[in-house]
Every structure is written in structure tokens, then in C-alpha cells.
Design a protein around this ligand. Structure first.
Ligand code: AMP
Length: 175
């Protein structure tokens, strides 16, 4: 039997109340990363949701790098980072997006993807959807096609999928 089949990923995600600020319940994936079998199961499950013919995985800083890079390695495609402002060294495209209070921004290298490239976006968690929405729009500016957004966790009660209604989304665990 595949040892990954017995893994319930929920058992490896813990709630940290009031982090990073009062009222937020942070979904901490540290126990999942620390367990080789659970981490491997998560990546295998994500690989099952990957459409065919993908050219690259786009991972969102920072926890999207962990899952995105592992998924890229497992499925034999390249990895493209989407980063916080000022981190990427070559020419970038930037996008601003709204947070609960204020704005944030994300950047991608202008030469990271080309017209017609088929990509999958990966992050650890879908909450309100603002981060993933901004990433979809950023990738489309380069002419690439977003075939799916993959998450380890979806907080369904926050309605993030409504913001992503033009892209297929998959989450391994939903709350
Ligand atoms: P959002 O743009 O609201 O969908 O937020 C998604 C981003 O914020 C992801 O990169 C998550 O890592 C992080 N995030 C938001 N809410 C939580 C939470 N409750 N627990 C852990 N990470 C979160």
C-alpha cells in the first residue's frame, strides 16, 4: 500500500489563535512540513490536481515557494517565484492589491514567462483570495495561461473562490 494514502493532512495543520494579530486564527503548516510522509502526501495530492502540459509552477512568497518548488521538482517542470516588492533583481512587473487594511504588492520577472506558457499557481492557503487574484493578473500580463490555482488549505468561509471564478481552484483541505 502507498504509505501516503493513510495520511490525513488535517492532523498536521494546527490552529494558532490571535496570530499575527488578535482575532486571526493562523493555520500553521509547520507540523506537515516536519513530517516527511505528510509532506510527501501533500505534494503527491497536488500533483494529482495538475492539468496536463504545464510549463511552469508559479509559487507565491513565502510558503508557496515550499510547496510550489517541491511540486515542480516532482512533476519535472520549472519554478517561477512571485515575490514581495524589491526582492527580484532583474526587470519586473508589479501589481498592487488591497488588504483588509491598506495595500500590498507582488512582483514577477518580466522574462519569467512568455505568451502561451501554461502555468499553475501554488500557495499554502486561500483566504480572501486577494493574493491569488493579484498573481493570476500578474501572470496574465506576461501572456501566460493560468490553468489552475492549487492550495494546501482553503478557508471556504472567507469566500476567496468568488474572487477566482475565472480559474479552476483545488485545495487539499477545506475549513
Ligand atoms: P488572502 O490574500 O486573503 O487569500 O491571503 C492568502 C495569503 O495570506 C496566503 O499567502 C497565506 O499564507 C496567508 N494567510 C492568510 N490567512 C491566513 C491564515 N489564517 N493562516 C495562515 N496563513 C494565512
Amino acid at each position: 500500500m502507498n504509505p501516503n494514502a493513510a495520511v490525513n493532512l488535517r492532523d498536521y495543520i494546527r490552529d494558532i489563535p490571535d496570530f499575527p494579530k488578535p482575532g486571526i486564527v493562523f493555520k500553521d503548516i509547520s507540523p506537515l512540513l516536519a513530517d516527511g510522509n505528510a509532506f510527501s502526501a501533500a505534494i503527491s495530492q497536488m500533483a494529482c490536481s495538475m492539468p496536463q502540459g504545464i510549463d511552469a509552477i508559479v509559487g507565491i512568497e513565502a510558503r508557496g515557494f515550499i510547496f510550489g518548488a517541491a511540486l515542480a521538482q516532482q512533476t519535472g517542470v520549472g519554478f517561477v517565484p512571485v515575490r514581495k516588492p524589491g526582492k527580484l533583481p532583474a526587470e519586473v512587473h508589479s501589481i498592487e492589491y488591497e488588504l483588509e487594511y491598506g495595500f500590498d504588492a507582488l512582483e514577477i520577472h518580466r522574462d519569467a514567462l512568455s505568451q502561451g506558457h501554461k502555468i499553475v499557481i501554488v500557495d499554502d492557503l486561500l483566504a480572501t483570495g486577494g493574493t491569488a487574484r493579484a498573481t493570476v493578473d500578474l501572470v496574465r500580463r506576461l501572456g501566460a495561461e493560468v490553468t489552475a490555482c492549487l492550495f494546501v488549505i482553503e478557508l471556504g468561509f472567507l469566500g476567496g473562490s468568488d474572487l477566482l471564478n475565472d480559474v479552476p481552484i483545488h485545495a487539499l483541505v477545506s475549513y
